[in-house]
Design a protein around this ligand. Sequence first.
Ligand code: TXA
Ligand code: MG
Length: 365
Amino acid sequence: MTVTRVLVVEPHAPETELLTAPAIREAAAILRRGGLVAFPTETVYGLGAVATDARAVARLFAAKGRPADNPLIVHLAAAEDAVRVARDIPPEAWRLWARYAPGPLTLVLPSRGTVAPAALAGLPTVAVRIPAHPVARALIRAAGAPIVAPSANRSGRPSPTTAAHVLEDLAGRIDAVVDGGPAGIGLESTVLDVTRRPAIVLRPGAVTVEMLEAVLGDGAVVDPAAPLREGEAPRSPGMKYRHYAPDVPLALLDLEDGAGAAVEALRALLAGSGPPPAVLATEEDAARLRALLAAAGVPSEKVLWVIVGRRSEPQTVAAALYGAFRSLRPEAVSRAFFVRLPETGLFRAVMNRVRKAAGDPPFPG
Ligand code: TXA
Ligand code: MG
């Protein structure tokens, strides 16, 4: 058991100021000694270790309980540094970095072989991200090394968006957490494999397919898990399944098609004994569902409403999602429902995480 230190930094301090802040110097020293330090990024909190330190990387996998076949992302302070960990970097990568680095975009590239092999799960490729958060950037600079950083949660749990979430999962298992306030976007980075043409989205994020194609051109990017476009031939499956699971069963509720079925399912659940169901919905959708329930004579006071941002402002939904998942306690709710959102723009990434958390069970029926 390790004592996990909490190193507090000013949430909005600029990178240059942070570089010499005592908390960052201390965090960097811990990393250089082979320690594990969680820190905020503009997506979610990451759990850092020096990428070339095989022992630190082994400790990191153990602390998270992460399967050895799931590779880590290497975080760098500048795109130019990618040549230290990757080789044969395609022109597409440089064009994307010119527009979106630093930022929530991770590129899969051929590995140079300089990173600890376990960090790459033995793959010949390396995933590279240049984070935009000043704390992340200052810490990488101060450590003077590439930093691997998976999300700082126990494997299978929702990613942490605050230092408190990190401590919930990893207190006693890591050396420190830098508390720099809430992470920004709230969802993990877009992962794009640029070793293939067209490039393939392995994980949707805040940098959308539309944004990627704005740089690389129409048709230069495919998202194999996206709903098929009109007239498009079915693509091969093969995305490995991953959960972001809350502690209670989660299912999708559709208010567009079959709202009647959703209302009747909730009526039946509310009539039973035991803890009530929770409904996770945007402000707008919660109001709509309340009205539908009221119109059908279903008492909705027993429902635990968890408001997940505003539909009119997708970034508020992304920022609230994982905190909402973590708020679901089996003592308080029997199961939870998420009111489905359209799979466009940032909601595409939101719905990707929700579907994985739900394990795609059809509901009702
Ligand atoms: O926003 C983020 O990316 C956050 C922050 C902390 O930077 N990090 C993060 O890391 O989400 P993690 O480990 O939770 O997710 C990394 C994802 C996994 O789905 C992993 O399979 C994929 O990236 N990945 C890493 N290296 C890869 C590679 N060489 N090829 C394909 N996928 C890779
Ligand atoms: Mg993760």
